[in-house]
Design a protein. Structure first.
Length: 69
């Protein structure tokens, strides 16, 4: 299990194995979420990178006509 240390400037270095596994790059932004004492870092991906992510997914059943105004 990877670990990190909080520096005197409150900075944390993401361990190399995690950076490689997630494909993080220098200057990449992450969303920081805190809930119930847990900090989560979520990489912000450019829209072009997520294009086609749900290709072929059925769109039926998400909205009924009665939900539309």
């Amino acid at each position: 299990m990877a670990q990190a240390v909080v520096s005197t400037k409150y900075q944390v270095v993401i361990p190399l194995e995690i950076r490689r596994a997630l494909g993080l790059t220098v200057g990449q932004r992450v969303q920081v979420l805190a809930k119930s004492g847990v900090i989560t870092l979520v990489p912000i991906r450019p829209l072009a990178k997520v294009r086609g992510l749900v290709k072929g997914m059925s769109t039926k059943g998400f909205r009924d006509k009665k939900d539309r105004a």
